[in-house]
Design a protein around this ligand. Structure first.
Ligand code: HEM
Length: 417
């Protein structure tokens, strides 16, 4: 929110309060914030993500009141939550399913940004903050999955933390630090619990910066054309609040379907067996949202190389604003890029399947090709397509593009002043 507030307190108490702590004028400015009038439903996912964050925080805090972070009691404390705590089963299923729903929403949100070029100037910092949030979310989800202390919790923790030993010189020291000892044990569970509790609050801080950075240039929109006049925007409330609210309700229906009908569908049944350091499961696989990255890790037949590729798969996102050479933001006007965008989505889905299967036979070859394509998309395709492609003509303004959808000359619905 930049510029001067247009808020005028209606009563002396509000005036007195706002002068000393301008929360009222900030909230008012937030509600009247000019938003492009052509936003589609893909722009509701930022709101949906904020809702997911609140749901995870509230359910997580109550779960923590009944959970015991000790290797001898963690597993049974989760069973106690499921069986004895009033509505404990509901809290746990909402929290566990909520992790998956959060990632569904964040993947849509990121792909929306990639399709419409929302990462391009003047929104690079907003995008970078988003990538930082993604990293924080991944760390939080990984540590959360360890807490029930089932077989997959234990072995997942062991496989992933052991990767750090590939770091030259300091690798073993880092692993000992993560474990709090010389194996995955009680100190590991304790530090993961503590950090899993802390990190969502760090995410809240990062989201506040993310939204602040959004409010400086304002939202991008499906045309990618910048807002030119007051005619191009509508106030955030009631237009966006209503649309975001409706989308959130639809999203909650899907959420509720999983919670009430398929609560364990997105998890692993083997995590209902208590962790046993002496019994390695046949397949150790992470949660579905990590599978593409897990596939990239295993595509390189060298431990350090695999770790670097996996980390690189996220780090490369930081550089996306500078790898894209196109003058045009939105894929709507970029016929070649649009096709490569969908090939990229298919590639990530393939990587997901590769990650879910054991690294044998032709899965290895598919994984290596899909990994090579993932990096080629960012390092070759995006820079080259931006240079070669001839974009379609852009509309002169958002209003022109909106009115083009009403050929009979009937004006698009205008907001009441
Ligand atoms: C907890 C996770 C997140 C929350 C709560 C969140 C919240 C929001 C909100 C409320 C908006 C404005 C509404 C909208 O455009 O949908 C937004 C926009 C945006 N977010 Fe996020 N976000 C999150 C994660 C991410 C991630 C991981 C990225 C990218 C890696 C990202 C990139 C962006 C971009 C580029 C925009 C501007 C979109 C535009 O104006 O076209 N966000 N975010």
């Amino acid at each position: 929110m930049s510029g001067h507030s247009t808020y005028e307190p209606k009563n002396p108490l509000a005036k007195w309060f706002d002068k000393q702590l301008p929360i009222l004028s900030m909230s008012y400015d937030f509600m009247v914030f000019p938003t492009p009038k052509n936003l589609n439903y893909l722009w509701t996912f930022g709101g949906i993500l904020s809702m997911c964050l609140v749901i995870q925080l509230v359910t997580g805090i109550v779960l923590a009141m009944h959970y015991t972070p000790h290797v001898d009691m963690a597993f049974s404390s989760v069973e106690h939550i499921m069986r004895d705590v009033n509505y404990g089963w509901l809290l746990r299923y909402i929290h566990a399913t909520g992790g998956s729903m959060f990632f569904i929403a964040v993947f849509v949100h990121i792909l929306r940004g990639m399709y419409y070029g929302s990462y391009k100037a003047p929104r690079e910092i907003l995008w970078i903050l988003g990538v930082i949030i993604l990293l924080l979310m991944m760390m939080t989800a990984f540590m959360g999955y360890v807490l029930p202390w089932g077989q997959m919790s234990f072995w997942g923790a062991k496989v992933i933390t052991s990767l750090f030993s590939a770091i030259p010189f300091v690798g073993d020291w880092v692993v000992t630090l993560l474990w709090g000892g010389f194996s995955v044990d009680n100190p590991t569970l304790n530090r993961f619990f503590s950090l899993h509790y802390l990190m969502p609050f760090v995410i809240v801080g990062a989201v506040a910066l993310h939204i602040w950075a959004l409010h400086i240039p304002g939202s991008n929109n499906p045309t990618g054309v910048s807002v030119k006049s007051g005619q191009d925007t509508v106030p955030f409330h009631p237009y966006i609040t209503m649309k975001d609210g409706f989308a959130a309700i639809v999203f909650l229906v899907l959420f509720a379907f999983f919670v009430f009908y398929k609560p364990n569908y997105l998890g692993h049944s083997i995590n209902y067996e208590i962790a046993d350091p002496l019994k390695t499961p046949e397949h150790i696989v992470p949660e579905w949202y990590f599978l593409p990255f897990y596939a990239i890790l295993r595509a390189i037949p060298d431990k350090l190389g695999g770790v670097l590729a996996m980390a690189g798969a996220i780090v490369i996102l930081f550089f996306l604003p500078w790898l894209d050479t196109s003058r045009v933001r939105s894929a709507k006007y970029r016929p070649i890029f649009r096709q490569f965008f969908w090939l990229f989505v298919i590639d990530v889905v393939i990587l997901g399947f590769v990650g879910a299967n054991p690294p044998e036979g032709w899965w290895i070859t598919v994984g290596q090709f899909a990994t090579a394509y993932y990096f080629a998309h960012f390092l070759l395709i995006i820079p080259l397509v931006g240079l070669i492609e001839n974009p379609k003509p852009l509309p002169a303004s958002i209003s022109e593009s909106v009115l083009a959808n009403h050929p009979k000359g009937e004006p698009a619905a205008q907001p009441a002043e």
